[in-house]
Design a protein around this ligand. Structure first.
Ligand SMILES: NC(=O)c1ccc[n+]([C@@H]2O[C@H](COP(=O)([O-])OP(=O)(O)OC[C@H]3O[C@@H](n4cnc5c(N)ncnc54)[C@H](OP(=O)(O)O)[C@@H]3O)[C@@H](O)[C@H]2O)c1
Length: 250
């Protein structure tokens, strides 16, 4: 296990789905984790309960990253709780599922607000607390570079995020802050269950994944834990695909 003792981690979207598995994995390696969420208090309470039963340090903070007042309150709470931050994981995401030709300006802006602008706003807010040896890790999607039906809005935000993270990586590596992305294949979270044409996507994923196994939240969390550890010190500006080999197929 990669030890993260005494490291402080902030995980957006850290109470559900992939983010939840990341919060647990980092905490299991000894990190003190602050898991952020927007609405689902029940999920946050369940995570805190599980953490306390396992003797892990996970504290949840609620706040909508797209809402100015809520963002500022949340930022204040994080600043008070953390004298520094070693690991910042951007897992929170949402979005409108529509074909590109049915997507309104408003829907696209809303999706960019959470998946792109909130990511940058939070990074700028917290970067002053990060120093040499820190990590910023984003979660992108195969939809950032390829077509997933009705994924035009979220896919566009992920493509933009990948570009932004290349710049983060280039600008921050000289300060010893290493920035990378992970790119999971289909993971059966609540977000995935809301995808249009899920049955078809699931069937294709199962059929065309060479490993023969669907990617789990824990598969993704293990790679994030690796990147966050000392083993990730020389990995800069990469996107690590975690999909059992599905992306190998044309
Ligand atoms: N699942 C997949 O197949 C898959 C594949 C590739 C990439 N990804 C990426 O992996 C990441 C995690 O996805 P997931 O499937 O685990 O999603 P999920 O289960 O839907 O969880 C999303 C998290 O984001 C939080 N969130 C949503 N809107 C927010 C807002 N306005 N402010 C603050 N927090 C907000 C949610 O908090 P509340 O629940 O409290 O609202 C929740 O904790 C995302 O970046 C996603 O794009 C997922």
């Amino acid at each position: 296990m990669k030890r993260l003792d005494n490291r402080i981690a902030v995980v957006t979207g850290g109470t559900r789905g992939i983010g939840r598995a990341i919060s647990l994995a980092l905490a299991e390696s000894g990190a003190k984790v602050f898991a952020l969420y927007a609405r689902s208090r029940k999920s946050a309470e369940a995570l805190e309960k599980e953490a306390s039963e396992k003797g892990l340090s996970i504290t949840t903070f609620r706040g909508d990253l797209t809402h100015e007042v809520s963002f500022n309150q949340l930022a204040g709470v994080i600043h008070e709780a953390c004298d520094h931050i070693d690991i910042l994981v951007h897992s929170a995401a949402s979005g409108v599922h529509r074909k590109a030709m049915e997507l309104s300006d408003k829907q696209l802006k809303w999706t960019f607000e959470i998946n792109f602008f909130a990511v940058h706003r939070l990074t700028l807010e917290l970067i002053g607390k990060m120093s040499r040896g820190s990590r910023i890790i984003g979660i992108t999607s195969p939809g950032g570079t390829h077509v997933i039906p009705s994924y035009a809005a979220v896919g566009s935000t992920k493509g933009a995020m990948e570009s932004l993270f290349r710049h983060y990586a280039f600008e921050l590596a000289p300060q010893g802050i290493m920035v990378n992305l992970v790119c999971p294949g289909l993971v059966m979270t609540d977000a995935a269950k809301a995808l249009p044409e899920l049955d078809r996507l699931l069937q294709m994923t199962q059929e065309y994944t060479p490993s023969g196994k669907l990617t789990s939240p824990e598969d993704v969390a293990e790679v994030v834990r690796f990147l966050a550890s000392d083993a990730g010190a020389q990995i800069v500006g990469q996107t690590i695909v975690i999909d059992g080999g599905k992306a190998l197929l044309a």
